[in-house]
Design a protein around this ligand. Structure first.
Ligand code: ZN
Length: 495
């Protein structure tokens, strides 16, 4: 038996009592993962599919190598090895990048500006670039000719857009359809307090053009879908994926692979981030890393799980760095590598990625030749919010009436204790969603049970679980405590 450290990623730590690293003895990777699930039974359904096979959105690494490139679960381990579980977060045989520096470079389309000299103002603006032998006037012209599409102008897209505009990228396309909310300002540094309520794209255009009037900002104020993705992406040289949901991530990946464009990937979760460059012409794609999305209830969105405000600043800036390198054709792009960043430990790790020889999209045996129905593929509606089917909901007004009656329902708050402390319904009982399965005996099956959370997603999933456990009378509060605050009790804070 070898003594091995198993690294547990943040999304799974609530099932290991918060432990980030667990020392285990074992002989193979499969044995260790099995042992981990035995010691922490709540992990089992997240790691294994009902048929007992390791779920494919869970990638297991031995040191820096994907075990799918070794002997998979039979891969032997030795003393001191590190086994890492790397699940997909919302938010992928390519060898380590060995090509000539310019192999991964994008070829900016002819925009007719190649021969146009820089004005004296532009020479001053870009002087710190012009001093770099790796950029110089030819590199700055490549930047001016480049067209970059940012999908999402939230936490990741905001810093990426600012730095790409500052760097002089000629055309920046922005895809978003949201308005600026005050809760965005903790991390989305493109926007100011006075922008609250404005469409994000209009606010972003103003900010980017005031930063650099030489940049053309093109707005795509719509949700990216299988119907419009090719038309939106086609004019651009490369795509920066700053989305916050799995359907759009798979859509961006697939459209980039099918159109032959590099996809500069970043994702964040609480204190952790991932960065890579997926370019199927030179390396793996996102599907090579994660052939299937996680079940919709495993990885909550930032809106539910929280995120350190500085984290997307760093990850989005790394995405901008990779974008500039690809345009310049300089340095070593992150193709075939996945960077993991842990802000709490301030530790970077790098894992090697290889093209999956059975990838449905980018391998020689690819079976998928076009775009698919991504919300269906990921089991969620296009907005990314999981909506369990067949869960009865209750409107805030109806719950208020029931609570005032002689036979009030049992109200359960399924949020985390930190959220409960912000304010809760007076009649409520706190059982965080992840503890519900273990504490189900605290509920009476005979009584009506109303579950609520922040916005109705988690309570919907929790209600689904109770219904599956045989509870007959379960409802989820529509719109969560935010709707309750808006319509019934404005003294409760909305967040
Ligand atoms: Zn692939």
């Amino acid at each position: 038996m070898a003594k091995v450290t198993v690294k547990v990623p943040t999304p799974l730590r609530s099932f290991t009592g918060g432990l980030a690293e667990i020392a285990l003895d074992g002989t193979t990777v499969g044995g260790l993962v099995h042992e981990l699930a035995e010691t922490h039974p709540a992990l089992k359904r997240h790691l294994y599919a009902p048929d007992g096979r390791l779920r494919s959105f869970v990638t297991v690494y031995l040191n820096d190598e994907d075990v799918r490139n070794l002997a998979r679960e039979a891969t032997p381990v030795q003393d001191g090895d590190i086994v890492s579980i790397v699940p997909a977060i919302a938010g992928g045989s390519s060898e380590r990048w060995t090509g000539r520096p310019a192999d991964g470079a994008v070829a900016p389309g002819a925009s007719g500006t190649e021969g146009v000299p820089f004005t004296p103002e532009e020479l001053r603006r870009y002087s710190r670039h012009l001093l770099l032998p790796e950029v110089g006037v030819p590199g700055q012209k490549r930047l001016r000719q480049a067209k970059v599409l940012l999908v999402g102008t939230g936490g990741l897209g905001a810093p990426a857009a600012l730095y790409l505009a500052a760097a002089g990228v000629g055309e920046l396309g922005l895809v978003d359809f949201d308005t600026v909310d005050v809760s965005n300002l903790q991390r989305q540094v493109l926007y100011s307090t006075r922008d609250v309520g404005r469409p994000k794209l209009a606010a972003a255009k103003d900010r980017l053009e005031s930063l650099n009037p030489g940049v053309h900002v093109a707005l795509h104020e719509e949700r990216l879908t299988s119907e419009n993705a090719f038309d939106v992406l086609r004019p651009y040289d490369l795509v920066v994926d700053g989305t916050d949901n799995f359907p759009t991530r798979y859509l961006v990946n697939d459209a980039c692979v099918l159109l032959g464009k590099p996809n500069v990937y970043g994702s964040i979760y609480r204190f952790e981030g991932q960065v890579s460059v997926f370019d199927a012409r030179h390396g793996p794609c996102y599907r090579c890393l994660y052939p299937e999305p996680p079940p919709p209830d495993l990885v909550p969105s930032c809106a539910e799980a929280g995120v350190l405000g500085v984290l997307p600043g760093l990850i989005g800036t790394l995405q901008a760095t990779e974008t500039v390198k690809l345009i310049l054709g300089r340095g070593e792009p992150m193709i075939g590598r996945l960077l993991l960043y842990d802000a709490l430990a301030l530790r970077f790790r790098e894992l090697r990625l290889k093209k999956n020889p059975a990838c449905v999209l980018c391998s020689a045996q690819a079976t998928q030749k076009g775009l698919i129905d991504y919300p269906a593929f990921c089991g969620v509606p296009a907005g990314g919010a999981p909506a369990p089917v067949g869960v009865p909901v209750i409107e805030p007004e109806e719950l208020a009436r029931e609570l005032a009656s002689d036979d009030p329902p049992l109200v359960v708050d399924v949020r985390e204790p930190e959220e409960w402390a912000l304010g809760h319904l007076a009649a409520a009982h706190l059982i965080p969603k992840d503890e519900l399965a273990e504490r189900v005996d605290e509920l009476t099956r005979a009584r009506e049970v109303v579950l609520y959370c922040r916005s109705g997603n988690r309570s919907g999933q929790a209600a689904r679980m109770l219904l599956d456990l045989g509870f007959a009378n379960v409802k989820s509060l529509k719109g969560g405590i935010n709707a309750w605050s808006e319509r019934i009790d404005p003294t409760l804070p909305r967040y």
